[in-house]
Design a protein. Structure first.
Length: 278
């Protein structure tokens, strides 16, 4: 019997998740069907409940429902939120168990770290990291970044209070990583080995108020968006940094979700290559 999965979002027509998961299924001989589901902005919970009633085994959750998914799982009688997702304040994968239990997790951070460490072959250990932005995307990747053991993580955001809040949520008790917030205008005398843009400025072609001097020699500049060259990427390239978009992160976080659902880990490199060719 074919198991059913979906990704829920609004908008959702642009999503590459169906292509990714069907490619994973073919590669690993898993009998699944995966589709994109458009949920009304005020109808996320209703949509999820209908999918559960229809026998779906799990869903991915994308913009703008990741926080709503966290609340849904947390308040469900048999719901359980993974501590990583709770700290990230976002759920991007839900697992519907046969006993009625609903599990909520977040694979975004692992997707980012795996793309950087495995696909881009960049060792984060003991590096200085700058994370631009402190919205949902930043919260989702902070803890896995810390667990990759950089020496320093600076979080910088237009609204400084949000950057401070992000710096406080992570657990550094098992790491030597120092994590602090700084305003954009405090970055002028600093250099970083890894600069990650988690802001949405690429959607509006807006340049961030960051100095070019932040990109250290052999710096990796990572843009979480994919499919277009953003002002951040252009600036980093001009400064001599190695530049990557977030397509690999998209595939890697999907692979983590696929593993949680199917208990088999797909190979991501051929799927990334397939999407690049498209």
């Amino acid at each position: 019997m074919t198991d059913k999965y979906a990704v829920i979002g609004n908008p959702i027509a642009h999503s590459k998740s169906p292509q990714i998961h069907q490619a994973f299924a073919k590669q690993t001989n898993q009998d699944i069907n995966y589709e994109a589901v458009l949920a009304p902005i005020d109808g996320f919970e209703t949509t999820v409940c209908k999918l559960i009633e229809q026998g779906y085994k799990g869903v991915n959750v994308t913009v703008p429902f990741k926080f709503a998914a966290l609340l849904f799982v947390a308040k469900t009688k048999n719901g359980h939120v993974n501590p990583l997702a709770d700290r990230a304040r976002a759920v991007n994968i839900m697992i519907f168990k046969e006993d009625g239990c609903i599990l909520g997790d977040n694979t975004d951070g692992l997707g980012l770290v795996n793309d950087i460490a495995i696909n881009l072959k960049f060792d984060i250990t003991n590096k200085k990291v700058l994370l631009l932005g402190s919205g949902g995307a930043a919260f989702g990747v902070l803890q896995p970044l810390v667990e990759a053991n950089p020496s320093l993580i600076i979080i910088s955001n237009r609204t400084f209070v949000k950057a401070e809040e992000a710096a406080k949520i992570i657990d550094t008790s098992q790491s030597k990583t120092v994590c602090i917030a700084k305003q954009f205008d405090e970055l002028g005398d600093m250099e970083f080995d890894l600069v990650i843009n988690s802001t949405s400025t690429g959607l509006t072609d807006t340049a961030l108020p960051i100095p070019g001097s932040i990109f250290a020699k052999e710096c990796l500049a990572y843009e979480m968006m994919y499919g277009r060259e953003t002002p951040f990427m252009k600036q980093a390239h001009h400064q001599g940094a190695t530049v990557s978009d977030g397509l690999g992160m998209l595939v890697e976080q999907a692979a983590e979700a696929f593993y949680l659902w199917r208990n088999v880990r797909p190979k991501t490199a051929p799927v990334i290559a397939m999407l690049r060719n498209l």
